[in-house]
Design a protein around this ligand. Structure first.
Ligand SMILES: *Cc1c(COP(=O)(O)O)cnc(C)c1O
Length: 436
């Protein structure tokens, strides 16, 4: 990918001559190429027809009355639809059948902070509380609205596991059909969660990058007609769902930007859109404009972006994934170069941890805060620890760490068991030495 333009907030302004969109999705006015800036009507396209760069949603956002907007948001439902004025969704979205994810807990993690030596305030944004127990419900909810608007009847995706479950559940609730694609070697918990909602689930003999390539071919084929692939032809809309993490974190901090955020990186979409969300809050006057740093977290066994960051490269060299953090196992990440750009521009970094460090971090978070994270959460907590030890992350600043999924999804990663197994009598318990 070519070097990125840094258009920043300018991309939010409405152009004088807007391509007319046949569909209406709230404040969204067009799709805009992230590379050359060319604009297109809202539709199921994901690449610029001019330069093949990725496109993103451009808005006419409600500027001018930040206090009024804040009040409107605060009076909204306790889910992502409180931010409907900032999302590509119809104004009556909250009245439609939807899983209504979001507004998950921002946990003040004082015990973890003490263990890690963080003095400036440490928070865990815990997205395990979403309807299908991962952050993917946010992005799927937005993609469902786009699918409805474009008249798709089947919802689909290529998935590392969590997305397949989120799509299956959201499709049922919305009354759509679904057919989702996963690599053949996922964790049993994720396969069950992808299958239980009753749509079609197809395991592909290959890794995620093979699955993704297959889905791109399917879109171009009559076989895939009428299908909305949430992370392929609906990707620009899907991506916007991640902005809600930025909105929620700031609102939950009392309409304040955190100083540092640690975000897991698979395709890099989530990290990229959290940055977009933070920039929007600043532009809208909902938070005070001050510097924030964004850190990306990967597993060593699939670390194409952190490898590029450390080597000072602007391009990301694909890897063959081999890690227990399967939800992050994308060897050829679509948004990798943008992640590099954001980490460098904000003074952050991209770092990785080994599989044993991931397990250690899952146990550390569980032991200190009572939060059981899936392997992706072990990656962010582990990377946070490593970045503090390396002097990269400043422990005196307010830091938010994302947990994007529930530990029940990746039970096999941890080997914890009973402290003791005893006969049901007091003597046996006394002998175990656990009382008092
Ligand atoms: C999908 C996913 C992510 C992030 O994915 P991106 O492709 O980088 O947006 C993070 N954590 C979990 C648990 C996921 O399932």
């Amino acid at each position: 990918m070519r070097k990125m333009r840094r258009k920043g907030l300018a991309s939010m302004a409405v152009q004088a001559t807007e391509p007319t969109s046949a569909v209406s999705l709230g404040p969204a006015v067009a799709l805009s190429c992230r590379e050359c800036g060319r604009r297109f009507p809202l539709g199921p396209i994901f690449a610029c027809q001019e330069c093949f760069g990725p496109v993103e949603v451009a808005y006419d956002l409600p500027t001018g009355d930040p206090e009024g907007l804040k009040k409107r948001i605060e009076a909204g439902p306790a889910n992502i639809w409180r931010y409907a004025p900032l999302l590509p969704v119809p104004a009556d979205v909250a009245d439609k059948p939807n899983l209504n994810p979001g507004f998950t807990k921002l946990v003040q993690a004082d015990r973890l902070a003490a263990e890690l030596g963080v003095t400036g305030g440490l928070y865990v944004k815990d997205d395990s509380g979403n309807p299908t127990h991962s952050f993917k419900d946010r992005v799927v909810a937005i993609a469902v609205e786009a699918a409805r608007a474009f008249g798709f009847t089947t919802l689909s995706c290529s998935s590392t596991g969590n997305l397949a479950g989120a799509v299956g559940a959201a499709a049922r609730r919305a009354g759509l059909k679904s057919c989702v694609f996963i690599p053949h070697d996922l964790e049993p918990g994720k396969v069950v969660m992808a299958a239980v909602y009753g749509g079609d689930l197809v395991a592909i003999d290959g890794n995620y990058d093979d699955v993704n390539r297959f889905c791109s071919e399917l879109i171009g084929d009559p076989l895939g007609e009428g299908w909305g692939f949430v992370n392929v032809n609906l990707r620009p809309y899907y991506g916007e769902g991640s902005k809600t993490l930025a909105y929620e974190i700031c609102e939950q901090l009392g309409w304040r930007l955190p100083d540092q955020i640690v975000i897991p990186v698979a395709s890099g979409s989530q990290l990229t859109k959290i940055d977009k969300g933070l920039k929007e809050l600043i532009a809208l006057g909902l938070v005070e404009d001050r510097p924030y740093r964004i850190f990306g977290a990967q597993a060593e066994g699939c670390s194409p972006v952190s490898a590029a960051f450390k080597a000072g490269h602007e391009v990301v060299r694909p890897q063959k994934p081999n890690t227990i953090a399967k939800s992050l196992a994308i060897g050829n990440p679509a948004d990798g170069p943008y992640v590099l750009d954001i980490a460098r521009r904000t003074g952050g970094a991209v770092e990785d941890v080994t599989d044993p460090q991931i397990v250690e971090a899952i146990e550390l978070l569980a032991r200190t805060e009572g939060i059981f994270a899936e392997t992706a959460g072990g990656v962010t907590v582990g990377v946070t620890k490593k970045l503090i030890e390396n002097g990269v992350l400043d422990p005196s600043l307010t830091t938010v760490v994302l947990n994007t999924g529930d530990g029940l999804k990746t039970l096999d990663a941890v080997a914890d068991g009973p402290t003791a197994t005893i006969r049901p009598d007091l003597d046996a318990f006394r002998a175990a030495g656990l009382a008092g």
